[in-house]
Design a binder for this molecule. Structure first.
Ligand code: MN
Length: 226
């Protein structure tokens, strides 16, 4: 029997809709700038290929739990995103094969310490402090895939005011292409989540704000910043 020197971490889980089962999370990949209008608002070049960053699995916040306002930032931003849950292993898959890897979909928020991210960008430093912090990935339950990937409305409100309102079909790289691109870089495995990027009109939130977001037909996520 293995003797652990410290208590081993149990895999974080996300509920699965209409199921007793929970989805154990291995890692979280995130796509940067996958909607044209958001890419422009962040100063990106339209010819940029997709790029990825990651968050630790234990950054997830599920079951509608409160989110503590994170330390070391004065500019916390929301980014509403469609999330792909991977249910099968795949490496260097084509877009035609990519959807075979999908377990389901969820709605997630890529919380971002924008001031730290911008400082990292300007210095050529990695993005971890801006993106991969504790409680930075609130997420809905996962809906099992039962047909083509979602294409519908994606939206987020703060204290009832609509802030982001777009359609998933405006993604520059669609679900199959995102999976194919990620699989060029990593062997994808069951338990991986991929945040697929946010549409335009990201913005700041403060302690006490209530954030509610959804991808229609997929799920909704809501939390309070405390
Ligand atoms: Mn994002």
């Amino acid at each position: 029997m293995i003797q652990y020197a410290v208590a081993p971490q149990v895999a974080p889980t996300v509920p699965v809709l209409d199921s007793e089962a929970v989805f154990p999370v291995r890692r979280i990949l995130c796509v940067g700038r996958n909607y044209d209008a958001h890419r422009r608002e962040m100063g990106g070049d339209d010819r940029d290929p997709p790029f990825f960053f990651s968050k630790p699995a234990d950054a997830l916040v599920s079951h509608g739990a409160d989110v503590p306002y994170p330390p070391a930032t004065e500019n916390l931003h929301y980014e509403m995103e469609l999330v792909i849950a991977i249910g099968a292993e795949g490496f260097q898959v084509s877009p035609d094969q990519a959807l075979d890897l999908v377990f389901g979909y969820a709605a997630g928020v890529d919380l971002t310490r924008r001031d730290l991210q911008n400082a990292a960008k300007s210095k050529g430093h990695p993005w971890e402090a801006g993106k991969a912090f504790d409680h930075s990935a609130p997420i809905s339950a996962i809906r099992r895939a039962d047909g083509p990937p979602p294409t519908g409305r994606i939206h987020l409100s703060v204290n009832g005011d609509l802030k982001q309102d777009a359609v998933v079909s405006d993604m520059i790289w669609n679900v199959a292409e995102v999976i194919a691109e990620a699989s060029k870089l990593w062997r994808l495995a069951p338990g991986d989540l991929i945040f697929t990027g946010t549409p335009e009109n990201v913005g700041p939130v403060r302690k006490g704000d209530r954030i509610e977001g959804a991808v229609d037909g997929v799920g909704s996520v809501a939390f309070q910043l405390v």
